[in-house]
Design a protein around this ligand. Sequence first.
Ligand code: VGL
Ligand code: ZN
Length: 221
Amino acid sequence: MSTAPSNHTISNDSPDRALLVIDIQNDFTPGGALEVPRGDEIVPLVNQIAVNFRTVVQAQDWHPAGHISFASSHPGKNPYDIIELPYGPQVLWPDHCVQGSQGAEFHPKVDLPHAQLIVRKGGNPLVDSYSAFFEADQKTTTGLAGYLREKAVTSVYVVGLALDFCVAWTALHARRERFTTYVVLDACRAIDKDGSLENAMSKMQHAGVNFIKSGQLLDKG
Ligand code: VGL
Ligand code: ZN
């Protein structure tokens, strides 16, 4: 009889796949500046999924004070207004994930000791970056695609916050970089404002992103 723990293993620990853990930070969890409803609920599941991925990358939203995506940087504007910037429309947000702040830290229950790389994004004061691959200008790279390719990764599994913004843009850019891409839906939570979730799901579907549940990853033992 096997004594392997039944629900803490992933059936296929292959080196050609990576887990991308997006923005599980204090400001995106309840009580944070830009809280994603029930964003904290995914943390135990993400920790569990990560156990048998060799390559785990964490993304961290990491803005300078006065960032262009903050409503407070645009007199007369409010959070969730949309403005036009040189790179396209920009949703304005409450101030969040300011570099070095407590809100920018990972949620205290995130437990990923074997994560090898943290990609900090959104550091350009004039350009937002939802995606862990490219900034919102769609061309400035974070280097993540090159990192993954050098490790011979061909498939990425995306989890985290928020499904309709940073998870979606990371998955779309993963497809653009020709990675086989899975979004693990029950290991994500969405902001879901003004149709953002429906819009993001349809964009991902058209781009060939696969939607799965964590049960398809975790050994059913
Ligand atoms: C995010 C809005 C602004 C996210 C980041 O992590 O989804 N959303 N910055
Ligand atoms: Zn942000």
